[in-house]
Design a protein around this ligand. Structure first.
Ligand code: MRU
Length: 348
């Protein structure tokens, strides 16, 4: 099977600004928007115009360059006192995906020892490195995933951990594309991923654009689907992996992992090592983003009850490490005991 991809990149540095696909508009409209100010970068990340852990990491990295340019336009230098508040705003735009703070801090640390005159070029070079490393990591995840799951024809995934969520071919969907590149027959069941429908809007659009057979399913059908024996493996992405292998990912992932375990189906997490946070001991320490109730209480559903209702809308949940079969990274597949395999891989 060939994969045919001719859509614009999810994120790119163009001339003197960031360009992203505005993912809030997909699949109805494929619109590329420019981010030229720190406000625009923070807003784009916060409203999920760009989303997915590695993609917001790259956006944060380029955001440091945007911040330096913004200071220069106002006649300020990009010393730590001036730059710090702007880069903190970017790193705090969303709390759960460790890639965002990791990437911002990496660029800031790279330019800290530089002369003022060199900082902008240094920041841009480091942001390009973040971008390129993620693209290469996705390719490697695809290769390792294809080698790990050569006979898994039908995969189930949740949310969107594909091209739209990374600077390359994706993580969970990187495994799908990796299998397609190897000539394996592969098809995907994509859960809707309420409330913002990253599965229905983004994964279906992305896989269909690449010519991969995809079937959309309600989130609530996953348990029955997994029990039916039609799925060979579940593969999802991650926003943060704790040192013990607990995995924060889009809300609903934990339920899929429980159902997969009950059905005896392997449950894989595909993520670059930049998503592993050694400073977070267990999943209990991961900050879970709480989003607006308006996302759940959509206007078309409001008629179902007489007025506004209290809403709990966590964006992520934490899947305990004991439900994870393996973590497919760019350096290979990590296996339980994850505390040991993670420590080993981070030690290099
Ligand atoms: O809220 P989102 O859409 O940013 O959530 C994205 C996910 O949960 C992805 O699975 C995760 O970031 C991995 S993307 C390669």
């Amino acid at each position: 099977m060939t994969i045919d991809i001719d859509t614009p990149p999810t994120i790119a540095w163009v001339d003197d600004h960031v360009e992203i696909i505005d993912q809030t508009l997909l699949p109805a409209e494929l619109r590329v928007i420019a981010l030229r100010t720190v406000d625009e970068v923070v807003d784009a990340i916060g409203r999920l115009a760009i989303r997915g852990a590695p993609a917001i990491g790259a956006c944060g990295a380029y955001g440091v360059v945007v911040a330096i340019d913004e200071l220069a336009a106002g006649g300020s230098s990009a010393g730590p006192d001036e730059l710090g508040p702007l880069t903190e705003r970017i790193a705090d735009a969303r709390p759960t995906a460790v890639n965002l703070r990791w990437a911002v801090d990496r660029v800031v640390a790279r330019i800290a020892p530089m002369d003022a005159a060199d900082r902008r070029a240094g920041a841009l070079a480091e942001a390009h490195a973040v971008f390129a490393e993620d693209r290469d990591a996705c390719d490697a995840i695809g290769r390792h995933g294809a080698a790990e799951l050569p006979d898994a024809r039908t995969l189930m995934t949740h949310c969107n951990a594909g091209r739209l969520a990374t600077t390359g071919i994706g993580t969970a969907l990187g495994v799908v594309y990796g299998k397609a590149r190897e000539g394996h027959p592969v098809e995907v069941y994509a859960s809707e991923t309420r409330p913002l429908l990253q599965g229905a809007r983004l994964t279906v659009w992305e896989l269909a654009s690449a010519g991969i057979p995809v079937t959309l399913m309600p989130d609530s059908s996953a348990c029955g689907l997994l029990a039916s024996g039609r799925i060979d493996a579940v593969v999802v992405g991650a926003d943060r992996i704790a040192a013990n292998g607990d995995v924060a990912n889009k809300v609903g992932t934990f339920a899929h992992a429980v159902a997969a375990a009950r059905a005896g189906i392997p449950f894989y997490v595909a993520a670059p090592t930049s998503t592993i946070d050694p400073a977070t001991a267990t999943g209990a320490e991961i900050e879970i983003e709480d989003r607006s109730g308006d996302e759940v209480q959509a206007s078309d559903l409001r008629a179902a009850h007489p007025g506004p209702v209290a809403v709990w809308n966590p964006a992520f949940d934490v899947t305990p490490a004991d439900l994870v079969t393996g973590i497919i990274t760019e350096v290979g597949v990590l296996r339980p005991d994850f505390r040991e395999s993670i420590a080993e891989v981070l030690a290099g």
